[in-house]
Write a protein that binds this ligand. Structure first.
Ligand code: PSV
Ligand code: MN
Length: 391
């Protein structure tokens, strides 16, 4: 059993933890079959930021919100940044969107048409200009580019085109800015994807230079992929820049982080703790990338933040000395038992105590429901066009 009597260091590490929420999690979303509208959904980037600030108010560890352009396009990003600051949050990663325009049917930066490639690359450059205004560090790139049929386009030429666009964006980055290159096994392309896996992303990032790092979206792998191995490998190479946390049962389900497989989330967070990479000073952006299609959105984001926090607390409880000793002694069962001991520890009392010490409600979801915020936004946001990502 884990000794829970002196947890000062664990609490300090948890206090420093930061999780970034995605603006799009607050808007309407769905599958390709149906988007179910919900009451109280934001109608503007400002209202999404207000919801993100509400998540931070109840959790205390989600002080930044990622934007997605053009979903969050505004005329004045400086004003939007000040608006966020007044509500107690910062604008985090800027996500590009080169997947929702008719021009991109055959690809964006890898498109065989140079004019369309130019348009897509210009969008990446526009996103960097937005980062200049918001003070954001991270440009998150995800390309839906790929092929549905063998022979449809030249696989190798597409890598060259991708490298060219990435280089142009990279060269435009300011000193404190960086690229997060996300990968995804399949969808929307079914035969071949131009950035299908961490290896491809990693290779492009190495070629680009130190300001390019990999973003691991936990939903973007083949079933059974050992994600914590990827985490450990990229950390060793200094090339892990960010996570897009979510859960999946089958494909890119975008369910709440830690919902489908809390054990996997624990194993991932253990590799983070093992590398002393939890503290924000290490530079990893722990983001959520989720869509709440049938569940209430704000409590779902709160729950997701808490799920990541719970997995982190368990990872921090691993007796690393005992684990190493067992590993060195070749004690297979002993080493596994040390890890499982931490995972099987109920950390909820510890986290409730931490929140109470920090002036937060010990139960953030219940506190949100009691707060009246949901009733207020449902009344205030009755008219107008609800935000959504148009599935
Ligand atoms: C693609 O599936 C993705 O994970 C990328 O991060 C996108 O920007 C995001 O989802 C949009 O929801
Ligand atoms: Mn993602």
């Amino acid at each position: 059993m884990i000794d829970l009597s002196d947890l000062k260091a664990v609490k300090e590490a948890l206090r420093a933890q930061r999780i970034e929420t995605p603006s799009w999690a607050f808007g309407n979303s769905g599958t390709r079959f149906k988007v179910f509208a919900q009451r109280g959904v934001p109608r503007s980037p400002e209202e999404k930021i207000a919801d993100a600030a509400t998540v931070h108010r109840f959790t205390g560890i989600a002080p930044s919100v990622a934007l997605h352009i053009p979903w969050d396009r505004v005329d004045d990003y400086g004003a939007l940044t000040r608006y966020a600051k007044d509500l107690g949050v910062e604008i985090g990663a800027i996500n590009t969107n080169v997947f929702q325009d008719d021009d991109y049917k055959l690809g964006s930066v890898t498109n065989p048409d140079p004019g369309i490639r130019r348009k897509a690359t210009d969008h990446l450059l526009e996103a960097i200009s937005i980062m200049d205004a918001t003070g954001s560090r991270d440009l998150k790139l995800w390309f839906s580019d790929g092929l549905n049929y063998p022979g449809q386009d030249d696989l190798r030429d597409r890598q060259d085109r991708l490298a060219e666009a990435l280089r142009e964006a990279y060269d435009r980055l300011g000193d404190h800015q960086r690229i997060l290159l996300e990968y995804k096994l399949f969808e929307p392309a079914f035969y071949a994807t131009d950035v299908p896996d961490w290896g491809t992303s990693y290779a492009h990032c190495v070629e680009l230079g130190p300001k390019a790092t990999v973003c691991i979206d936990t939903g973007h792998h083949a079933p059974g992929t050992n994600i914590e191995f990827i985490v450990a490998f990229l950390l060793r190479q200094g090339k892990l820049g960010a996570f897009d946390f979510n859960s999946r049962f089958y494909a890119d389900d975008d369910l709440m982080a830690g919902a489908a497989d809390p054990f996997q989330l624990f194993r991932i967070m253990y590799e983070i703790v093992r590398a002393d990479a939890l503290d924000p000073s290490h530079g990893i952006n722990f983001m959520l990338d989720q869509c709440h299609n049938i569940e209430a959105k704000i409590p779902a984001v709160i729950r997701s933040v808490l799920n990541v926090q719970e997995a982190t607390a368990k990872a921090l409880l691993v007796d690393r000395d005992a684990l190493r000793a067992a590993q060195r002694a070749g004690d297979v069962l002993g080493a596994n038992a040390v890890l499982m001991d931490a995972f099987n520890t109920d950390v909820r009392p510890l986290l409730a105590e931490l929140r109470t010490e920090d002036g937060l409600d010990p139960d953030p979801v219940a506190a949100y429901h009691r707060s009246g915020y949901q009733q207020r936004i449902e009344a205030e946001r009755a008219d107008g066009q609800q935000a959504g990502w148009g599935a």
